[in-house]
Design a protein around this ligand. Structure first.
Ligand code: FES
Length: 98
């Protein structure tokens, strides 16, 4: 019996200087809607941009000394990492992107 309960809904957790961890029931899709088979109920999504297996994290963030908070950034004064369009709530090319 496992002591860790799995969420009933998908959760995404930001990790300081690391990936986004997705737990629970989810589907990972590419931009065309094709399912990316992860064969797991928990995956780490790369947010440093340097993984060789994007969108999945392969641990390269440690080698490149990726820095990001594990919480919501408050603005441009946060190490300059909060100034891009994706940091403002929308990925480039999606509604709401600038
Ligand atoms: S966040 Fe881990 S390789 Fe990018």
């Amino acid at each position: 019996m496992s002591s860790v309960s799995e969420p009933q809904r998908p959760t995404i957790t930001t990790y300081r200087d690391g990936p986004l961890l997705v737990r629970g029931p989810f589907e990972l899709l590419d931009q065309d809607g094709t399912v990316i088979d992860t064969a797991r109920r928990t995956v780490a999504l790369c947010r440093c941009g340097k993984s060789r297996t994007r969108p999945l994290c392969d641990g390269t963030h440690r080698l490149v000394h990726f820095r990001a908070p594990g919480t919501l950034e408050s603005g441009p004064e946060d190490d300059g990492a909060g100034t891009g369009p994706s940091a403002q709530g929308a990925a480039p090319g999606l509604p709401g992107a600038q």
